[in-house]
Design a protein around this ligand. Structure first.
Ligand code: FAQ
Length: 331
């Protein structure tokens, strides 16, 4: 970040020709009230900026750590078609990470700072990517359930109040929709295949169901960030609302596949026009986000290895950019 930049926190008012003295905070609130986007050069409260850097960088980390569980299956995909599709999907997730890091940079943080926080284990990323992909059916379950849950949350984020984040989400949602279809197609083949294939699909659903419900975050009463997120229109719906919608949407898909959820309490509730269901194990969730999930150490080790192996690319790019600059200045 440019240390000499005027710190906008200390500049609170501006005098406009027609309006006299205007308070920046009032302008910010008026924009939110009108559903206008906040843009990088607009004044914003420091806590709003920090909240966004936290959420967007965690989201970016999730995308690139999220490449690992499925990337693990590229060399073992059962056909050329499924290999090509999976390769394209995993590559898309890398692209999502890049748009999101760029959106976070527009708030005054740097790529190096964010990556350092990820690689040293200080930053969070989605709990879901700390679970292993044990069989080919898990690739289907990730595309169908995990991308499905991601879309449920990200459709709302297309209308988040920060412009660069909202715009990144538009393209990301389109791509995630393909990913969700790819996962469901794979599950369909297995669920309507041989008894052994159907069993694989059921086993994957059993293992991914509760971790997917955890993706939406803790229950609303235990979600410290939700109040500000809703106030500032960063989130438009709460963790519990989105989790409920996800269950409602998934059940007809599960029934079509002839599969079942690992939840004896799940039943339709006519009064609320939605399903009642069991909460995930929140103790497990807390352990996973503290770094003690089944694959946290493995995921961080993989990211650190890739980062170290990419050092020569970063060095080469820096030298090339310097040379380009020198040529430009000499011309
Ligand atoms: N995992 O107060 P809240 C994808 C943390 S993208 C880990 O409720 P908030 C694509 C939370 O950070 C998936 N940590 O927090 C893909 C906070 O800690 P902090 C990622 C979690 O922010 C598919 C604390 O708990 N999507 O899957 C989780 O209001 C397939 C208290 O929580 C996004 O990031 C969790 N599940 O709500 C890629 C969407 N939940 O920071 C590859 C954007 C909560 O105070 C393959 N993010 N925490 O230390 C959001 O919408 C929100 O940040 C939530 C959490 C909903 C994730």
């Amino acid at each position: 970040m440019d240390k000499n930049r005027i710190n906008p926190i200390f500049v609170r008012t501006i005098t406009l020709k027609n309006m006299g003295v205007v308070n920046f905070e009032d302008l910010f609130e008026a924009k939110l009230a009108k559903n206008d986007m906040i843009e990088p050069k607009d004044w914003m409260p420091e806590n709003y900026r920090k909240h966004l850097i936290r959420q967007i960088s965690q989201h970016a980390h999730s995308e690139i750590v999220g490449m690992l569980p499925e990337g693990n299956w590229i060399t073992r995909a059962p056909s050329l078609r499924s290999k090509l599709v999976l390769l394209a999907k995993v590559q898309d997730e890398g692209g999502h990470g890049l748009y999101l890091y760029t959106a976070a940079e527009s708030l005054g943080t740097s790529r190096d700072e964010m990556l350092d926080a990820l690689l040293t284990g200080k930053a969070k990323y989605s709990s879901i990517f700390n679970y292993p992909t044990l069989t080919w059916a898990d690739v289907g379950a990730v595309g169908w359930l995990v991308d499905g849950a991601a879309i449920m949350n990200q459709v709302m984020l297309q209308r988040t109040s920060y412009g660069p984040y909202a715009r990144a989400m538009v393209r990301i949602c389109k791509e995630e929709s393909f990913h969700q279809r790819q996962g469901y197609e794979l599950m369909t083949h297995l669920a309507f295949g041989t008894p052994a294939q159907k069993e694989m699909a059921q086993d994957a659903l059993n293992r991914w169901w509760y971790p997917t419900l955890m993706m939406f975050g803790p229950p609303d009463i235990e979600s410290p960030n939700s109040e500000n997120a809703i106030k500032w229109r960063i989130k438009r719906e709460t963790n519990d609302q989105l989790r409920q919608r996800f269950v409602n949407q998934s059940m007809p898909q599960i029934e079509y596949l002839g599969l079942t959820v690992p939840d004896k309490n799940l039943k339709w509730n006519e009064a609320k026009k939605g399903y009642d269901f069991s909460e995930p194990d929140w103790t497990e969730f807390k352990a996973v986000i503290k770094g003690n999930g089944p694959c946290n150490k493995e995921r961080l080790a993989s990211r650190n290895k890739s980062h170290a192996e990419g050092a020569w690319v970063r060095e080469a790019a820096t030298v090339y950019a310097k040379k380009q600059n020198e040529n430009y200045e000499a011309a």
